[in-house]
Design a protein around this ligand. Structure first.
Ligand code: AMP
Ligand code: GLY
Length: 423
């Protein structure tokens, strides 16, 4: 079949790498892709949110399936656009409907959804400018630290964790006044949960589901999980504390109620559900839902899917995921992200990357690169994700770190302590 993957990051390179290995795929296109996807697929210069251009391309190239990487096109309704167009309705889109993508696109919706379906999550209150006082009262009733979340998408910046009540109260007012534009006209105030996080990826055809290998990502720029939040500095899979007992609780208390809840509410959901979970003394709570795979988790998780991934995607499209096989690779997999100096603040793009041909035994996924003339250059904050297998997490990390030092560009930085809290 001919498959079109939407997106351009490390996640999409990892998805493309896995999809391209399937004998079921004759042609793989990535819109718009990056320097890495260009090596195993055909990049097409179309934005994932330009639905009309996607339509024309899909018809022209006889696309049989669309797989959506990032959240933007989902929240904007790419699934519904294809489903509702007579010429396109035969092309399945792996990714939820616009209504389903609200699990990620609206924190207010996702919290209310969890409450309706008894899914464990932090206590919360959702407020708008008119209900500011209720918000302040709720904040007062909580203990520090305080968690404030912009309701809508805010490019990963919409969550604030504040230690002081007065600071939280003034941030709340600024958010409601439009600090994150319309995204923060509604703010979710949450009780702070203390525990250890992991990322669980569920793929669903709307009725059945499969749980992909569990991962843990490292979001902060500094070692020991310090400093500013980033798009993700590394990830490991498996996660030792996400053992069979914990995962049984996750299935019983979170995954099944989520799928059942979507069904009951007539929400069409054929795609990935990313559960950002926190383990509090062995009990799972949902920190957030996303309507897509995680980045950089995907750059480790795809290595651990041993069976044909397209088999699962087909199951999603055909509604028979229950008949499909998912075999996990027993090895550990990790990814270490190389970023540009200065990131997540200001940084300079366009630095020439050397040493990619020196890499041994790792798979290098491109996150923010481009080709200038013949040279691969940095073109983003997160530049490359160095993914490796090992018989243990330590062994896999050793391989990634060795290769991280073989690759070079001006301002290269990476965390040398990925996995530190799992040792
Ligand atoms: P993101 O939504 O990816 O920008 O990141 C939000 C991060 O904030 C999560 O990964 C958690 O580490 C943290 N967080 C969000 N909600 C809570 C909460 N209720 N309690 C503690 N930490 C939280
Ligand atoms: N790694 C977290 C995310 O993709 O949102």
């Amino acid at each position: 079949m001919n498959l079109l993957l939407l997106g351009s990051g490390g996640r999409e390179h990892a998805l493309a790498w896995k999809i391209a290995q399937s004998p079921k795929v004759s042609k793989l296109f990535v819109a718009p892709g990056n320097a890495g996807t260009a090596e195993l697929a055909v990049n097409v210069p179309i934005s994932p949110t330009d639905f009309e251009a996607l339509k024309a391309f899909s018809l022209d190239k006889s696309i049989d399936m669309i797989v959506v990487g990032p959240e933007d096109p989902l929240v904007k309704g790419v699934y519904d656009y294809f489903k509702q167009d007579k010429q396109l309705a035969h092309i399945p889109v792996v990714g939820p409907s616009q209504s389903g993508a609200r699990l990620e696109g609206s924190k207010d919706f996702s919290k209310a959804f969890m409450l309706r379906h008894g899914i464990p999550t932090a206590r919360y209150k959702s407020v708008q400018a008119e209900t500011l006082q209720e918000g302040l009262d709720f904040l007062k009733s909580l203990k520090a630290p305080y968690v404030l979340k912009a309701d809508g998408l805010a490019a990963g910046k919409g969550v604030l964790i504040l230690n002081d009540y007065n600071e939280a109260a003034s941030e709340l007012q600024e958010m409601l006044a439009g600090k994150f534009g319309d995204s923060s006209r509604t703010v979710v105030i949450e009780e702070f949960l203390s525990g250890i996080e992991c990322s669980v990826f569920v793929v669903s055809d709307g009725q059945h589901y499969k749980v992909l290998p569990v991962a843990k990502d490292y979001k902060r720029i500094g070692e020991g999980d310090t400093g500013l939040n980033t798009g993700g500095m590394g990830a490991v899979s498996p996660v030792p504390f996400a053992d069979a007992v914990f995962m049984q609780k996750v299935e019983d208390r979170v995954i099944r109620p989520t799928i059942q809840g979507l069904l009951k509410e007539n929400i069409d959901y054929k795609g990935f559900i990313f559960l950002g979970l926190i383990n509090i003394q062995g009990e799972p709570f949902v920190i957030e839902y996303n309507a897509r795979m995680g980045d950089p988790e995907t750059e480790a998780v795809m290595l651990r899917v041993q069976s044909d991934f397209v088999e699962l995607l087909e199951g999603v499209a055909q509604g028979n995921l229950n008949t499909r096989v998912l075999v996990e690779d027993p090895r550990a997999a990790v990814t270490v992200v190389l970023v540009s100096g200065g990131y997540p603040g200001d940084y300079i793009k366009g630095k020439q990357i050397n040493g990619l041909d020196q890499v041994q035994e790792s798979i290098v996924f491109h996150a923010g690169t481009n080709v200038v003339g013949e040279r691969v250059c940095t073109n983003g904050g997160r530049v490359l994700a160095i993914s490796s297998y090992g018989t243990s997490m330590e062994e896999a990390l050793k391989t990634s770190f060795e290769n991280a030092s073989r690759i070079d560009y001006d301002g290269k930085y990476f965390r040398r302590d990925i996995g530190f809290d799992l040792r």
